[in-house]
Design a protein around this ligand. Structure first.
Ligand code: SAM
Length: 246
């Protein structure tokens, strides 16, 4: 996902982890601080666990991600475990009280097989009674229809560490069933394209998602449609789930 250290740094510029400013980060932060052993699956550059340690978490914090450049950035923090691997590679030690998948990382699981293998591994990494908290965008909200440069809300203006003014936007390349393939473009102020980053995201519906969770041995305890804990809505925008390992 991040071809090099610059793009991993760009991810942090575009998505600063900040529970004071971002409702999604505010949702996860107390869960993490309240759990004595946390596995962050798809941890990316590791911002969530890094902040938890900075804010005084004294327990076990482990981040798992298949992306080398992102993990390299995460490893700047030496007192968190950083493990290279996919969700499906999570070690089956039943050691964790909480597993998370934030930043819509769950949507990178593109096939039924990958979803099944990932949920099984996350379940086996959790202690009996442990929690798995994650979100996926509700397909009914059709978020991808607003991912284009004509939408001012999709155009992020930013300034990099060197003081350069940059802009970043998305375009959709294809929608195939419930998998949407997008492109993120980084350009300078004059519109010169600097980077193009592609990714595919799956938009699972509630019924299908809950079927996979039940099959993997999870009990859905809480499910919300938005970060203010609004009930699941028919129009989305999110499916935020807290599920317990049976
Ligand atoms: C949008 S980033 C989210 C990063 C971080 N969780 C956050 O909230 O900022 C999605 C992450 O999922 C990771 N990823 C991709 N495929 C994965 C898989 N099969 N299992 C676990 N993580 C995966 C990517 O490498 C990427 O770091």
């Amino acid at each position: 996902m991040y071809p090099d250290s610059d793009t991993a740094a760009l991810y942090d510029l575009l998505n600063p982890w900040d529970p004071e400013r971002n409702a999604c980060d505010r949702f996860y932060h107390p869960l993490v601080m309240g759990a004595d052993a946390v596995l962050d699956v798809g941890c990316g550059t590791g911002a969530m666990l890094t902040l938890a340690r900075e804010r005084g978490h004294t327990g076990r914090l482990a981040g798992l991600d298949p992306d080398r450049a992102a993990l390299e950035r995460a490893r700047r923090r030496g007192d968190v475990e950083w493990i290279e691997g996919r969700a499906a590679d999570a070690a089956p030690g039943a050691e964790f009280a909480l597993a998370t998948m934030t930043g819509h990382a769950f949507q990178t699981l593109l096939t039924d097989d990958e979803v099944r293998a990932s949920l099984a591994a996350v379940r086996n990494a959790l202690r009996p009674g442990g929690l798995f908290a994650f979100e996926t965008r509700h397909p009914a909200a059709r978020a991808w229809e607003r991912w284009n440069r004509a939408n001012p809300n999709d155009m992020t203006e930013l300034v990099d560490d060197a003081g350069r003014a940059l802009r970043y936007w998305h375009d959709v390349d294809s929608v195939a069933g419930d998998v949407v393939t997008i492109r993120g473009t980084l350009a300078d102020a004059e519109g010169r394209v600097l980077r193009v980053l592609g990714e595919s995201l799956r938009f699972l519906g509630v019924t299908e998602l809950n079927g996979f969770l039940a099959e993997a041995g999870f009990l859905v305890e809480e499910q919300y449609g938005d970060w203010d804990r609004a009930p699941l809505g028919e129009a989305g925008p999110e499916i935020i789930t807290v599920a317990r390992r049976r």
